[in-house]
Ligand binder design. Structure first.
Ligand code: AMP
Ligand code: ZN
Length: 116
């Protein structure tokens, strides 16, 4: 079920190529095209949810599956011991540029705080 003109729906439908590193029934994980860390992977529900603000009791399972996926891939990539960062940007003030819910997994370098 893809939303017309949604970039990440097109990636989920394989209309636009990406480097897929994780796939389950409801989640796709793929490398960010402009990596901000040695590991930068995006996890999204295959079904269109426009952002974290649209998570409800009905679709929280799909949102929660993003955490499980990120945890599993972080372990596979050897990040679990040193740590990593998970980020969800929401709308304009949060810095969201693609309106299809996604979780960033960033790792392989020391992160700073506060974020920009
Ligand atoms: P956000 O700013 O949180 O909405 O994140 C969107 C992310 O999608 C950015 O980090 C972009 O680099 C990334 N991105 C945009 N287009 C693509 C693409 N075609 N394949 C992979 N990542 C992409
Ligand atoms: Zn979408």
């Amino acid at each position: 079920m893809s939303e017309a003109d949604c970039l990440f729906c097109k990636i989920a439908d394989r209309e636009i190529p990406s480097t897929v590193v994780y796939e389950s029934e409801s989640v796709l994980g793929f490398n960010d095209i402009r990596p901000q860390a040695p590991v930068h992977i995006l996890f999204m529900p295959k079904r269109h949810i426009s952002g974290i603000h649209e998570v409800t009791a009905r679709n929280v399972g799909e949102a929660g599956a993003l955490l499980l996926a990120a945890n599993e891939v972080a372990r596979e990539k050897g990040l679990s011991e040193a740590g990593y960062r998970l980020v969800v940007n929401c709308k304009a003030d949060g810095g969201q540029t693609v309106d299809h819910l996604h979780l960033h997994l960033l790792g392989g370098r020391r992160m700073t705080w506060p974020p920009g």
